[in-house]
Design a protein around this ligand. Structure first.
Ligand code: ARG
Length: 264
């Protein structure tokens, strides 16, 4: 009986823990804001922009624009909590943030720990090399050292394939490692690769090349704690509105990207 009682107590404490960290729609409306955890090193989805005049941190990108539509619809404000990609889902799980927005690919593994919104975009992993590299395709990656961002699906893919990896906290460090010849290739999401390589090639000393071989399909969505179902539903309404009204396409266009509603 004692055992049963303590089991009941443990269970109810666990339930408490779940509901304490999960933000419901009512919670965010009562707080008047949505706290969004994000790794702002992922242009054109989220990027850190420092105000030249005030020196204050600001954030821009496709997912910031989408979130601005979300908070507008919910009648709350947006509070961005910047962190390393590795910590975004932890923030969501332990209640430090209401939503994780970071170009997240929905995976079965992640679904064990968080809820996902509907998918709003399909990306893919690609390989980036320095022009003239002997690496011409994924088949050339074995035995080579590959830069990835820590905690990403790029890292998971490379480990699964048995490649040697060097994991970096930020994408810009992975890119730098490639430029400095510390690694042989860099694996990253295609749309971000395109943007970062474009920017590097305009200013950089070397020429980076993206290999024309999408290696995976990466369905992007936003992440929430278990128990946040009402918030997920409210966000899904906004996402679907944006997708069907053409506003999502307009947001992508603003950042120079073509957009198609994902057919899943
Ligand atoms: N789509 C990949 C993933 O989910 C990479 C996301 C990286 N995001 C970022 N903001 N750095 O693992």
């Amino acid at each position: 009986m004692k055992k049963l009682l303590s089991l009941c107590l443990t269970l109810s404490l666990m339930l408490c823990a779940v509901s304490a960290s999960a933000a419901t729609l009512e919670d965010v409306q009562a707080a008047g804001k949505i706290v969004m955890s994000s790794s702002p090193d992922f242009p054109p989805f989220e990027n850190l922009v420092v105000d030249v005049q005030t020196g204050a941190d600001g954030y821009e990108g496709i997912e910031i624009d989408i979130m601005n539509k979300v908070v507008e619809a919910l009648g709350v404000t947006l509070d961005v909590k910047a962190t390393d990609f590795d910590f975004v889902l932890t923030d969501v799980q332990n209640g430090a943030a209401d939503i994780g927005v970071s170009g997240f690919t929905v995976t079965e593994e992640r679904k064990k720990n968080v809820l996902f919104s509907d998918v709003y975009y399909l990306a893919a992993q690609v390989i980036v090399v320095v022009e003239g590299s002997a690496i011409q395709s994924a088949a050339d990656l074995s035995g080579k050292l590959i830069a990835v961002q820590s905690g990403t699906t790029a890292e998971a893919l490379c480990l699964e394939e048995g490649y040697n990896i060097q994991a970096y906290k930020a994408n810009v460090d992975a890119e730098l490692a490639l430029v400095n010849n510390s690694v042989d290739a860099w694996v990253i999401d295609n749309t971000v690769a395109k943007r970062m390589v474009q920017e590097y090639n305009q200013a950089g000393g070397k020429t980076l090349v993206i290999l024309d071989e999408p290696m995976t399909e990466e369905p992007y969505a936003f992440a929430f704690a278990f128990g946040s179902e009402t918030l997920v539903d409210a966000v899904n309404v906004v996402l679907n509105d944006l997708m069907t009204s053409g506003e999502m396409a307009a947001i992508f266009e603003k950042y120079g990207e073509a957009y198609e509603v994902p057919q899943l």
